[in-house]
Structures are given as structure tokens and as C-alpha cells.
Design a protein around this ligand. Structure first.
Ligand SMILES: Nc1ncnc2c1ncn2[C@@H]1O[C@H](COP(=O)(O)OP(=O)(O)O)[C@@H](O)[C@H]1O
Ligand SMILES: [Mg+2]
Length: 466
């Protein structure tokens, strides 16, 4: 027999055998009816077939600890949230990069709203996490406004990204007129714009009055305020002193008497003659430039003394002033940060306003970031069943992304109930080191270690002040 010299030179016997086989199979296929080709799947177990065809897997639920699972299913890891967004740090369990962008995730329906809540003990890295997310997102064209910065710690951050800082406080030369009309978004007609400006002024004055009075306005006070806003709106640049003057003047109309608006006038007067004098009681000395990557309102001069009421009024005025820019849907993707948010939350009037703004955040392209110490801060705003409590808990529901940093042991049970955490998640947040957080999104959670560049570590440092 001739030796087979290799792959390229088949022997004559080989060729003959193959030709015979082909002929035989042609004859066989002609004789039988055209058979359906056997699919690969038919040789496989039903579960695998299900997987291949995208059908639900018909196996019993199986639960095991990660200790077992990593052996049973090696080389499998959580896929993360995709690569579109801002790098935050490492996913502690998978070892991969953790990337987050509220707008991307909202579009891909992973989250139902773009708002974030950060909670953790002092020094756990809440502000650092927010600063990292924001400063890195600016490279993607996002912007950020910080209307509440009682510690003044965002100043260096805003300056480092080319933003501006407005320093507010008694005795400082900066003055903001919260009744400024702001810049009109493109495509808004004269009548619509008048209506928008009027309703913004009305909402702000209502919040200020309710906040200082510590109670909701009566029906007659609402009327008096409406009439006062109508009257001052005839002035080209109305200010708060104009409103106070109108409220003190007799005969506003519609059957209101001077007595009806007296308390209201005294409440708003606090911004003109009280501890907040010189901050909101005249034409603005600065302009808000919405095209800047970041604008921060440094309220450390007010906040440092622990005067939370003054801080709340400042936030109300400042956020109303920012609102003109924020409500422009063409303004791009913007973060609004309420750092030390727990200090401003004990006020139903302000909470109501915040909630209205948050509800609209999706339409405006805004992602709100609320920073609190613990979730019981939300409960501390009022008794169970009170309006304030419902509003605060509504804010929690309006935050699809909850970032839990280390919590005090006595807070764990409450956090677990409010967020529906598993036992494993609870024990994880009890011992998180600095900068590591449980990121909880609907149906998914990640433990993420914030990774900072040396330059960021210097910029975000708040220990230096100690
Ligand atoms: N990932 C981290 N690694 C090391 N130190 C960190 C990390 N994150 C934050 N820190 C430091 O911890 C300190 C407190 O952080 P900060 O974000 O201000 O805390 P919080 O806002 O929760 O009070 C800061 O000085 C910061 O530099
Ligand atoms: Mg902080």
C-alpha cells in the first residue's frame, strides 16, 4: 500500500471511498422525503436550549453564599453599569471599574429619576464622592450648581474647574436680588415669561413668609401676597424692600385690610432689617452665568454660627435666583448639590419647594444631589403623619440612586427598613472604610471604593480645616 505522504496528497483509496460515500448519500436523500436538518439544539439539555433561545431558564431557584458561588460559577462577575459615564472607582466585588451617569442610566431605564441621596457619618466621604462625580463629569460637558454650601468647602472645587463662587453673608458686599427675572429661555413668549417670573416670585415670597412665621399662610394672607406681587411686578427691577413697603401700605385691594398683611410684612421684613440685612434687599451686585461649568454659593458666613433658620432663608433665596437658569431645558445636564442638606430640611415650606423642583428635574435635565448624615434626618423633620415628614420621605422616594457610606450602628436598622436592605448589605455599611459606599439602584447594588487622584485628594480635603 502506497504510503500516505501527507495531508495534501490523499491516497487513491481515500479518494475512492469519499466519492462512493457522496454518491450513496445523494441516492439516500433522493429516496427519502426532504428531512428537516437537525438543529444543534436538539442534542442539548432543555435548560441550555432555553438559554440559547432567550427563553426563561427552567431550573429551580438556587441560593448560595458568595463563598460557594465563586467556586460553583468561577469567572463570573457583576457586569457593572456599562462604560458610559463618569469613572468613580472600583467595584469592590468584581474588581472592575465603576462608572456612573444619572442621565445615561435614566435613559437606559436602570433608574427612574436622576436624583441622588448620599448618607453617611461625618468624615465618611460623602462630599468627596459628590465632588469626584461632579468635577469628573464636567469633562463630559455637564455643569453643577451648589446653592447650599454651609462649610464653604466647594469654593476651591468650583475655582479649580473654572467656575465662579458667590460669597454671601452679613457684612459682605455681595447682594443677590431673589426677585430677579433671570435670563429668559429661548422660545418663551412675553406673556408666558411674565407669568413664569410672577409665579417664581410668588412662590419664593410664600416660602420665605411661611418659613419665618413657622406656619402655613392663611387664606387672606395668600390674597395679600398675590396682590403685593402683582403690584411690585410693575416696577422694572422689584426688590424685597418694595414688597415689604407694599404689604405695609394700607388698602391692597380685594377686601384685604392692613391688619391682614401685617404679620406677613413683618415676616418678610426679616430679610431687609433682620440678621439677613444687606444680602437680599437690593439689586444684585453679581450676575449668574449659567454657561460656567460650576457656580457655588458659599454660605459659610451664615452657616458657621449654626443659624439654620438663616441658612434656610438663604437657600430659598439663592435657589430661586438660580432657578431662572436651571429651568431652561436647553441648559444641558446639570447637577444641583445640597451639601449638608439635613440642615435645611427642617422646614416644611422649603421642603415643599424642593419637592416641586425635584419633580420637574427630569424635564429640565437636572440631577439633584442631597447629602445628609443619616436617613433619620428625614424622619426628624416632623412627626409621623405630618406634612413635613411625608415631604421628606417623598424626597427619598424621588432619589433613585442612594449612596450609603458608613452609618452609626444605631442607624442601621432604620436605614435597612427605609431602603429595604438585605442583611449582607446592612453588615457591609456598618463597617465601610472612608470613601467606600454601597451604591443602591433599583434592584441592583454595588460596593464601590472611590479612587482619587493625588490632586483631587488635596482639593477635596476637609480634614485640613480641622
Ligand atoms: N477614598 C478616600 N480615601 C481616603 N480619604 C478620603 C477618601 N474619601 C474622603 N477622604 C477624606 O476624608 C475626609 C472627609 O471626607 P468628606 O468627603 O469631607 O466627608 P463628609 O462629607 O462625609 O463629612 C476628607 O479630608 C477626605 O480627604
Ligand atoms: Mg461633607
Amino acid at each position: 500500500m502506497k504510503a500516505n505522504t501527507g495531508w495534501f496528497e490523499p491516497t487513491e483509496t481515500d479518494r475512492r471511498t469519499r466519492r462512493a460515500n457522496r454518491r450513496a448519500s445523494r441516492v439516500a436523500s433522493r429516496r427519502t422525503a426532504p428531512a428537516k436538518p437537525l438543529s444543534d439544539d436538539e442534542h442539548l439539555p432543555a435548560e441550555i436550549v432555553g438559554l440559547r433561545r432567550g427563553l426563561p431558564l427552567l431550573v429551580d431557584n438556587h441560593r448560595a453564599t458568595t463563598r460557594i458561588l465563586r467556586i460553583a460559577y468561577p469567572f463570573l462577575a457583576e457586569g457593572g453599569l456599562g462604560a458610559n459615564g463618569t469613572y468613580i472607582g472600583n467595584d469592590v466585588f468584581s474588581g472592575g471599574s465603576f462608572v456612573y451617569d444619572p442621565w445615561e442610566l435614566y435613559q437606559s431605564r436602570v433608574i427612574t429619576n436622576p436624583n441622588l441621596l448620599l448618607a453617611g457619618v461625618i468624615g465618611s466621604g460623602k462630599s468627596s464622592t459628590a465632588k469626584a462625580l461632579i468635577t469628573r463629569s464636567i469633562a463630559l460637558g455637564h455643569r453643577a450648581y451648589v446653592p447650599c454650601d454651609p462649610k464653604g468647602e466647594w469654593t476651591a472645587v468650583a475655582e479649580s474647574v473654572g467656575g465662579s463662587v458667590i460669597k454671601l453673608g452679613p457684612g459682605l458686599s455681595t447682594r443677590l436680588n431673589p426677585l430677579d427675572a433671570g435670563s429668559r429661555p429661548s422660545g418663551v413668549g412675553d406673556d408666558d415669561w411674565d407669568r413664569i417670573v410672577r409665579s417664581r416670585r410668588r412662590a419664593l415670597l410664600g416660602t420665605l413668609a411661611e418659613s419665618t412665621l413657622g406656619r402655613p399662610l392663611s387664606a387672606v394672607e395668600h390674597t395679600a401676597l398675590d396682590l403685593a406681587v402683582d403690584r411690585v411686578s410693575r416696577i422694572p427691577v422689584p426688590t424685597i424692600p418694595d414688597v415689604v413697603e407694599v404689604l405695609f401700605s394700607p388698602g391692597l385691594g380685594d377686601g384685604t385690610s392692613e391688619a391682614d398683611s401685617r404679620e406677613l410684612a413683618h415676616a418678610i421684613r426679616r430679610l431687609v432689617h433682620g440678621d439677613l440685612a444687606g444680602m437680599f434687599d437690593g439689586p444684585s451686585t453679581t450676575r449668574f452665568d449659567p454657561s460656567l461649568p460650576m457656580v457655588s454659593l458659599d454660605s459659610s458666613w451664615i452657616g458657621a454660627g449654626g443659624n439654620d433658620q438663616a441658612l434656610r432663608l438663604t437657600l430659598a433665596c439663592a435657589s430661586s435666583w438660580l432657578e431662572a437658569a436651571v429651568t431652561d431645558p436647553a441648559g444641558g445636564k446639570r447637577f444641583i448639590v445640597y451639601d449638608e442638606g439635613w440642615r435645611v430640611m427642617r422646614d416644611p415650606a422649603l421642603l415643599r419647594r424642593m419637592q416641586e423642583q425635584w419633580k420637574l428635574s427630569r424635564a429640565w435635565g437636572v440631577s439633584n444631589i442631597l447629602i445628609v448624615h443619616r436617613l433619620s434626618d428625614l424622619a426628624a423633620v416632623g412627626d409621623l403623619g405630618s406634612e413635613a415628614r411625608a415631604l421628606a420621605e417623598g424626597l427619598l422616594a424621588d432619589c433613585s440612586t442612594r449612596i450609603m457610606l458608613r452609618q452609626e450602628p444605631d442607624q442601621l436598622a432604620r436605614t435597612a427598613t427605609l431602603l429595604g436592605l438585605t442583611d449582607v448589605e446592612v453588615s457591609t455599611i456598618a463597617k465601610l472604610p472612608k470613601g467606600r459606599a454601597l451604591w443602591r439602584l433599583p434592584g441592583r447594588s454595588f460596593v464601590v471604593q472611590l479612587v482619587r487622584h493625588a490632586r483631587e485628594a488635596r482639593l477635596f480635603d476637609t480634614d485640613g480645616r480641622m
